[in-house]
Design a protein. Sequence first.
Length: 219
Amino acid sequence: MKRIIDLSYTIESNMPNYSILPVVKIEKIRTIEENGDNVTTIFVPSHGGTHIDAPIHQVDGGLTIDKLSVERFIGDAIMLDVSYKYNSEDIVITLADIEKYKDKVKDGDIVVLNTGCHEHQDEFKKFGYIDSEVASWFVKKNIKLLAVDTPSVDLNVPSGEKMPVHQIILGAGIPIIEGLTNLGNINNERFLFVGFPLKIKDGDGSPCRVVAIEGVEKL
């Protein structure tokens, strides 16, 4: 039986967000009562809420969001569950943590990483992040997209310094989706993943709507 699970946060004013970004603002500028229609302005950073990082976000000369093939954002996905790390003292996700998935991740897969962060959406100052060796392994496996439930795949990088995991993944031309939620509602290890960005000219990223679809045949 087909199931569709929404993996996206609702965009709303003052929503939880990565601390370095401006707050989300939604404002009604026309109403049916006064103007005959409803129109709203939406101010969302390109990396706010559930969003996609294009390579240009961190890599000079990298592809912009409008130049990425839409095929990148739909396909067979596998979820790697490392949510047990969230409450551990060492929240760095290492190769040892994904050992049992090493023979399961296939060429061209979309990898969805469940760190447990989506269950604590008001605590974006703490989240599991990926070791550089894991990032390099994903590149070697030729995944086509990395999607995580954290607001970033890097943590505690000093201001002005390059983010190592972003550099590895985006440097290989692989887009990243950050800020997934509801991963606990997915029953299957493998499923169909769909998550398209807005087509923003020269964009470094974009909010996106992401869903998991269970019970359908492979693409």
